[in-house]
Design a protein around this ligand. Structure first.
Ligand SMILES: Nc1ncnc2c1ncn2[C@@H]1O[C@H](COP(=O)(O)OP(=O)(O)OP(=O)(O)O)[C@@H](O)[C@H]1O
Ligand SMILES: [Mg+2]
Length: 512
């Protein structure tokens, strides 16, 4: 067996006294794909960031090709040949795609970066990888999926020997994720070493050579990918076996026919249009019902949710909540009507990263805790901490800033915030993105419990299993239009795929 490219011995790392990693050993062989898996907060990103110079280990040693290294910054790590595609997108939003891709790798060009040369290099990179993004677009204007692609292109442009990829496929459609796996394979053949973090266990087992499982900052299993199954990986990750992933679906009371008896839908959308984005979208969600919108890349699902919640103003159509026409274009009015939204991007739309968790969870609900103009701070802290406990947020303290939590735990904080408001209508865009298997189950239970409580639930999801496992009704969109609805036994992989593409496909996140 060749000597390891990366050899980690006894690495420990604490944040404010809390151990994120303890006594970690890891050997990554050259030209292999080495997966790191584990629950949210297990320490995967921390380990990846130590390799890439973002964090420095407190104890232990990292060797690169036999030499002890301790990069003090990502720049130093890159000079050693190591780079990272971080879990959270870190691009310069006001710059173009091309500028972002080559930012930081322009070591030789001097002050005058030659635009034409960069464009040629960009085009070569796109041709080589098949990752297609408009090079002239401003990053801020791209969808989150496209921003993820820019991150990946940037890492590839740096031609590093070792690339840490922290959940690179979490935001990609299935065909894109599959394409990325082919790129990984090509890089491996060319001798590049990849450290791959992913919660998609089948993807991990399909592409990786070796797998290391972390739990609570320690290595609990390590071996050839072929020696694991998804079930044995899960067992190692959570330290126990998990039963079926989805709670049983409750039967939703049928809307009665006599007009005076019929319960009003919790949400009724009619003719909703935002010019050039989506058109004539109409559907209902009844109390107790879970409706999932799915569809292809750019199908307008996220945009429909945003318009319903009031983040964008539609150009035509109406949104009725509990039988009353809702004011559009006002999230504040939505909150007052009992509508809660869990957005697509935790970083840009969701969390105030510098604020304490308690504030993040309670801010939209402060009116409830205000008497005579005074916020009852103790009560707020208690209720918010309880809500976070209910959804299983793993944090050293409810007062910690949100920026300190692992990606999956941040997602759970958004959930706690939404549930604290006891919403009539819960809207969530990709509610389990970046969340580990055990926490997924927890979130599915919470969604089912919300519906059982009588709330209406409207989700956007790209994960086929999730769509099938949760939905009472599925709405399929394509190119800004509703193509059809499926209910009951018609909710299965082949009919959904058939509606969405006119063909069958397999995969956990086949759409954007
Ligand atoms: N900058 C930081 N400051 C304080 N604590 C941190 C920081 N970064 C990570 N942590 C903590 O370290 C632990 C490990 O976090 P890490 O991000 O490595 O987990 P992860 O395995 O990547 O999880 P996920 O699957 O949710 O991304 C967590 O308890 C997290 O709260
Ligand atoms: Mg992480």
């Amino acid at each position: 067996m060749p000597a390891p490219t990366i050899s980690v011995r006894g690495v420990g790392k604490s944040f404010e006294g809390n151990a994120a990693l303890a006594d970690v050993d890891l050997d990554v062989r050259p030209g292999t794909i080495h997966a790191l898996v584990g629950e949210n907060g297990a320490g995967k990103s921390t380990l990846g960031k130590i390799l890439a110079g973002v964090h420095q280990a407190d104890t232990g040693v990292v060797r690169l090709d036999g030499n002890s290294v301790d990069p003090a910054s990502p720049r130093e790590a890159l000079a050693l040949g190591i780079t990272i595609v971080a879990q959270e997108i870190a691009l310069v939003g006001t710059r173009s795609v091309i500028e972002n891709v080559f930012l930081g790798s322009e070591v030789t060009t001097g002050p005058f970066v030659r635009t034409a040369a960069l464009r040629r290099r960009f085009e070569a990179l796109v041709a080589e990888t098949g990752i297609d993004v408009d090079g002239d677009a401003t990053v801020d204007q791209l969808t989150i999926a496209d921003q993820q692609k820019v991150e990946i292109l940037r890492a590839l442009a740096r031609r590093a020997d070792v690339i840490v990829m922290d959940e690179p496929t979490a935001r990609l459609a299935t065909h894109e994720a599959e394409a990325l796996m082919r790129i990984f394979d090509g890089l491996r053949r060319a001798g590049t070493t990849i450290v791959f973090v992913s919660h998609f266990l089948e993807e991990v087992l399909g592409i990786s050579d070796q797998v290391t499982v972390l739990r609570d900052g320690r290595v609990v299993a390590d071996g050839a990918a072929s020696s694991f199954t998804p079930a044995s990986l899960i067992a190692a990750m959570v330290g126990r076996t998990l039963d079926a992933a989805f709670p049983p679906k409750r039967i939703v009371p049928e809307a009665r026919t006599a007009a005076d008896e019929a319960p009003a839908p919790a949400l009724k959308v009619t003719g909703l249009t935002r010019s050039g984005v989506f058109e004539d979208v109409g559907f209902e969600v009844r109390p107790g019902e879970i409706v999932v919108i799915t569809g292809l890349v750019g199908s307008g699902r996220t945009e429909v949710l945003r318009a319903i919640y009031g983040l964008d103003t539609p150009t035509a159509g109406t949104v009725e909540v509990d039988g009353k026409v809702s004011r559009t274009g006002s999230p504040r009015a939505s909150i007052a009507e009992g509508v809660a939204l869990i957005p697509e991007s935790r970083k840009t739309e969701g969390l105030f990263l510098d604020f304490p968790l308690v504030a993040n969870v309670s801010l939209p609900h402060l009116r409830r805790f205000t008497r005579a103009g005074l916020v009852r701070a103790k009560q707020v802290a208690r209720v918010a901490a309880g809500a976070m406990e209910d959804v299983g947020v793993k944090t050293p303290s409810p007062e910690a800033p949100a920026s300190l939590l692992s990606g999956g735990n941040q997602q759970k904080v958004l959930f706690a915030r939404a549930l604290l408001g006891k919403p009539r209508l819960l809207i969530a865009d990709e509610p389990t993105r970046g969340v580990d298997v055990a926490a997924k189950r927890q979130i599915y239970d919470l969604i089912a419990a919300e519906a059982a409580r009588g709330s209406a639930v409207l989700l956007v999801s790209s994960e086929m299993e999730e769509v099938i496992g949760l939905a009472h009704r599925v709405i399929v969109m394509r190119q800004g239009r509703v193509l059809g609805e499926l209910a009951g036994d018609d909710i299965n992989e082949s009919s959904i795929a058939h509606l969405a593409f006119g063909q069958t496909t397999k995969g956990h996140h086949y759409v954007d």
